[in-house]
Design a protein around this ligand. Structure first.
Ligand code: C2E
Ligand code: MG
Ligand code: MG
Ligand code: MG
Length: 295
């Protein structure tokens, strides 16, 4: 509470009183406690990627897999990306983690391809900060070449905040990536502040409807309206629309009726280790949820 926060700031010997919200306290604590550990984590191989399948609802085949960062600290146990990604951004480690995720995800897709798996693309989450580095697009190109992948094998998920960042480097990176043929996807769509005209001008190929709207599809007419509008907008702008966080059959049917291109969520699978993904692909080879095309 407020009094404790004031006392804490005073006791710490500061000249002024500081008002910390509980969220700010948690963020500060995380930065201090996790920052040092996170630097070690990357070098020590404590980070890994989980993969979550996305289902093409027209073909009922696999549409792609999203790579999601995981951290298991030897003492703290699992620390979620919602906690450590903001820390990485604050302590200047997000570019290293982003490159690691990009390389690891591409290596895994190449491995699956070599094993004869049909997975059309891998999606990697990239923070806005990484786009401010003029070298990012070249790093993507080098990574794809190193693993013998085509640009269209990779989808880069960005958030709406990136779109408000109209610096030269950001614009150059997004333009160059799309010219190269890498798919750009707008993650958590509907929660940010993008204007419709901005979206229409950007080289974005895919919109991901934020989980919050999918969650409330059955109970909230507003969420239904937003999901419907995003799907219609995607169709008219020639973008693909992916729903994330699909957990129930009712949500699946609602989205199917609206013509949403692909779905991702616990209804199909939780994020899996690469090995568990192999098992999932085998198990779903003949089911309508994730049938695998045979070579
Ligand atoms: P995101 O990119 O929007 O990823 C989707 C999140 O929803 C994931 O959480 C996923 O595990 C979760 N999810 C998927 N299906 C369901 C469902 O049916 N129900 C529920 N309740 N949740 C579902 P996760 O893995 O904890 O990641 C959280 C966020 O952390 C991601 O959100 C992304 O913004 C960020 N993140 C994860 N990995 C990376 C990374 O390598 N780099 C960067 N920059 N950010 C990452
Ligand atoms: Mg994502
Ligand atoms: Mg998302
Ligand atoms: Mg998210």
């Amino acid at each position: 509470n407020c009094e404790t926060a004031m006392f804490g700031a005073k006791a710490a010997g500061r000249a002024n009183y500081h008002f910390f919200s509980p969220e700010m306290n948690a963020a500060n604590r995380d930065r201090l406690e996790l920052g040092v550990a996170l630097r070690e984590a990357l070098a020590d191989g404590q980070l890994s990627l989980a993969f979550q399948p996305q289902i093409d609802r027209n073909s009922e085949e696999i549409y792609g897999v999203e790579a999601l960062a995981r951290w298991t600290h030897p003492q703290l146990g699992p620390v979620g990306p919602d906690r450590f990604i903001p820390v990485a951004e604050q302590i200047g480690m997000i570019e290293d983690i982003g490159l690691w995720a990009l390389r690891t995800a591409c290596a895994q897709l190449a491995h699956w391809r070599a094993a004869g798996r049909h997975i059309p693309a891998v999606s990697v989450n990239i923070s806005a900060q990484q786009f401010r580095n003029g070298a990012f697009c070249a790093q993507v190109g080098e990574t794809l070449a190193a693993h013998g992948l085509a640009p269209s094998d990779l989808t880069i998920e960005i958030t709406e905040s990136l779109m408000l960042d109209q610096t030269a480097a950001v614009t150059a990176n997004t333009d160059a990536l799309s010219k190269m043929g890498v798919n750009l996807s707008m993650d958590d769509f509907g929660t940010g502040f993008s204007s419709l005209s901005l979206i229409a001008r950007l080289p974005v190929k895919e919109l991901k409807i934020d989980r919050a709207f999918i969650d409330r599809l059955e109970s909230d007419a507003g969420a239904q309206a937003v999901a419907t509008a995003i799907i219609c907008m995607g169709q008219s702008l020639n973008m693909r629309v992916v729903a994330e966080g699909v957990e129930t059959d009712a949500q699946r049917r609602f989205l199917d009726a609206l013509g949403c291109d692909a779905q991702q969520g616990y209804l199909y699978s939780r994020p899996l280790t690469a090995q568990a993904m192999d098992d999932w692909l085998d198990a779903n080879a003949h089911s309508p949820a994730g049938r695998r095309r045979r070579a």
